[in-house]
Design a binder for this molecule. Structure first.
Ligand code: HEM
Length: 253
């Protein structure tokens, strides 16, 4: 077995298998850990600039990759007119740079704030580093191997579909430049890491992140007997009712 066969023919399936098994077992072991474990309450300013840039950038980029995967011929047709190709590539580059800026900001935040450092694990750093490598390799590919959106549709997408068909066509990617190979393998590396860190929050209704705060605090304390017996003052019925008319709307039920 050649190295290309190992990395592009075996590793993708291994990564997906580990991700599926890991995700399911994490769900059954500790389903309340399906979260980004937000640290917004420890530091908010840098988080805002990093997180907003990162999330809007990465969602646009992944949507672009998905469109290319689903309708590669339409992408090629769109790119057939030069100005449209430039618009697509320039927009992708802007979003790619937004991702790089966002992830660097998030890393600086974790490194510079003592409070955030205290709640940061090795896995957090592994994940941030993997994401940084992935987006830098992507932007590198876009800048140095033009025009990526066209050859992505023409050769990377057929390779991805060959994986879905369980018949990997290694030749389609085996001769690509090293940085592009790193980018493709990085995607499977991130899939592999999915169940082992904060990235798992992708699977827990990610879309609500657009309109709700990063952090929703839910009181998760086991109620004690005292809590159960406690009746808030507003719930107690009025002691004395002065006239029949005051009874209307004052019921505590
Ligand atoms: C976790 C998954 C992935 C992430 C986060 C990611 C991220 C990125 C980013 C940030 C860019 C730069 C966009 C630009 O500046 O134009 C990019 C470009 C690119 N990516 Fe990915 N990528 C992923 C998966 C993949 C996969 C699986 C492939 C191919 C099989 C791929 C192929 C490409 C190509 C060809 C470009 C250049 C596009 C262009 O020139 O406009 N990516 N990617």
């Amino acid at each position: 077995m050649t190295l290309n066969q190992l990395w592009f023919g075996v590793f993708p399936y291994l990564a997906v298998a580990i991700a599926v098994i890991g995700t399911i077992s994490r769900y059954f072991d500790n389903r309340y850990s399906y979260s980004s474990l937000s640290s917004q309450f420890l530091e908010d300013r840098q988080l805002f600039w990093g997180s907003v840039a990162w999330h809007y950038g990465i969602i646009a980029i992944l949507l672009g990759h998905l469109i290319g995967l689903l309708i590669p011929r339409s992408v090629l047709a769109w790119n057939g007119v030069p100005w449209r190709l430039y618009v697509l590539e320039t927009s992708a580059l802007i979003f790619g740079l937004l991702c790089v800026w966002g992830i660097v900001m998030l890393m600086v935040r974790r490194a510079s704030s003592l409070r955030i450092r205290a709640v940061t694990s090795i896995m957090d750093w592994v994940l941030l580093l993997a994401l940084l490598v992935q987006v830098v390799a992507g932007v590198w590919t876009a800048i140095f191997y033009r025009w990526g959106s066209s050859w992505y549709a023409g050769s990377a997408v057929p390779y991805l579909w060959s994986l879905f068909r369980l018949d990997p066509q290694i030749d389609l990617v085996g001769t690509l430049p090293l940085m592009v190979k790193i980018h493709i393998l990085g995607a499977f590396g991130l899939i592999l890491l999915l169940p082992f860190g904060r990235l798992v929050h992708l699977l827990s209704f990610p879309f609500t992140y657009f309109w709700r705060p990063h952090q929703v605090v839910i009181w998760n304390k086991q109620p004690t007997r005292a809590d159960e017996e406690y009746v808030p003052a507003s719930a107690t019925p009025p002691v004395q009712q002065t006239s029949p008319s005051t009874q209307v709307g004052k019921s505590s039920s």
